[in-house]
Write a protein that binds this ligand. Structure first.
Ligand SMILES: [Zn+2]
Length: 127
């Protein structure tokens, strides 16, 4: 059952994030999604996670997010955080298998912050 897999991974990731950051980070919802364009993946909504945490613990968070993504059967080719512009807050961690059109949009950008609301951990380039 996809819901059982989500439930287990939600709890596991929350524990790992709390141990890593030594503060009460909450994963308030973990969803699997499919978009009309063909993109699919998981959205992991967080509370208590901040932009500074991403910069300081980037390697660990990238690793944990990649593991969670693999556990859900989602290739971890595009891992990113969604930020709330103008605040220090992170809204969500995300793994998304991009459709060709969205891939072209994201591949045009440079660096970790192609948009003010996106912080990229990994974008695997296609040939
Ligand atoms: Zn798409």
């Amino acid at each position: 059952m996809i819901t059982e897999t989500l439930a287990k991974n939600r709890g596991d990731l929350e524990n790992k994030m709390r141990n890593l950051l030594a503060k009460p980070v909450f994963i308030i919802e973990m969803d699997a999604f499919a978009l009309p364009c063909g993109c699919k993946g998981t959205t992991i909504n967080t509370r208590g996670l901040q932009y500074d945490d991403l910069e300081i613990f980037e390697d660990h968070i990238k690793k944990y997010l990649g593991e969670t993504s693999n556990n859900l059967g989602i290739e971890p080719s595009f891992l990113f955080a969604r930020l709330i512009p103008g605040t220090a807050e992170v809204a969500s961690l995300n793994s998304r298998v991009l459709c060709n059109r969205c891939y072209m949009d994201f591949a045009k950008g440079n660096g970790k912050r192609p948009r003010p609301d996106i912080y990229i951990f990994n974008l695997t380039r296609r040939e």
